[in-house]
Design a protein around this ligand. Sequence first.
Ligand SMILES: Cc1ncc(COP(=O)(O)O)c(C=O)c1O
Length: 395
Amino acid sequence: MFATLEPAPADPILGLMVQFRADPSAHKVDLGVGVYKDDRGATPVLDSVRQAERAEFEAQSTKAYLGPAGNDNFNRLITSLVMGSDHGALKGGRVRTVQGPGGCGALRLGAELLKVANPDATVHTPAPTWANHVPLIGNAGLHLQSYPYYTPGSAGLDFDAMIGALGKAKAGDIVLLHACCHNPTGADLSHAQWREVADVLNRRGALPFLDLAYQGFGDGLEDDAYSVRLIAENCPEAVIAVSCSKNFGVYRDRVGATLVLGETPAAADLALARLSRLARGMWSMPPDHGAAVVGRVLGEPALAALWRDEVETMRKRMVGNRRKLADALARETGSGRFEFIAAQKGMFSMLGLTPAQVGVLREKHHIYMPGDSRINVAGLGDANIDFVAKSVAGV
Ligand SMILES: Cc1ncc(COP(=O)(O)O)c(C=O)c1O
């Protein structure tokens, strides 16, 4: 029966990785794939993670099943990292956490819960959003609809249009929001704008579904959680999907969590029980290794301090690269039109190039990025920033 399958469309980013590897050029630059890279272009295991892995290896006495909700220690500590340890919603007993296989697993689990809770809900997603949101949430059976978010060309947030569209959401609808470091645009909401969003969602009776995949990569670990903490303070219900892939560098270990905020502790318990059932029906139990390691990093003060320093080092390198690229492009183009790169947050920005210009950068200059001209600023470094700026200005 497989012979009659329609060929599956290729994943553009994974295809780009293959093309990049095959390119023999000595000065090729990969700005495509979404992993953090240091100045040497490597994605090393963090020291804090390595130390925790060694300790875990010595301490682990069994590999017996844990259960569909995963590692309790990890769930408790990741919840504190995201919410802050003294958040009112935690004290009020309204938050429950289930470990998931990566941020993708956490998003899917959240979507499955929302589908059970309100089968007819529409999920409003920003335009543009991370491409994988569409299958992760859509394949749970939920209807997706875009809301305006960003105007390419002006390289800015279209906040008025966004609020206008969210102001038409129906009661029981779901609004997907990137908690920080929007992927692919790097354009984030200000604190005042987050407050407006929380107000409009409450007015409409819509439920916020927050995707937090880059905590610590924008303005810092605490600032980047502002949106989640504000929503949890002001909204009766929310779902938050957390990824540890980037800020702990544990991409392949698949570590994430789905947090649910219920209107009451009893409602949160119902959601927790349902999440466990749903997880049991999909992957039964999430992989433990990465979560145990992240739990150990967060739970041991010396490791936690080391990890916070390492996150800050990654963040500062990306902020520095943004500044340097914006300056180099200003020199090359004689204009301030790329200044937005320095102001935006996290790992990604969109240069605003056409697919044809992106093609020329790849064919002629060996610079790789997806067709929407999203760049991973961590792929830049002192060795290639001037070259990239000259090439971009050239197209
Ligand atoms: C916006 C966003 N959400 C979630 C994820 C999930 O990441 P993972 O499943 O690797 O933890 C990513 C990864 O690139 C992302 O960019």
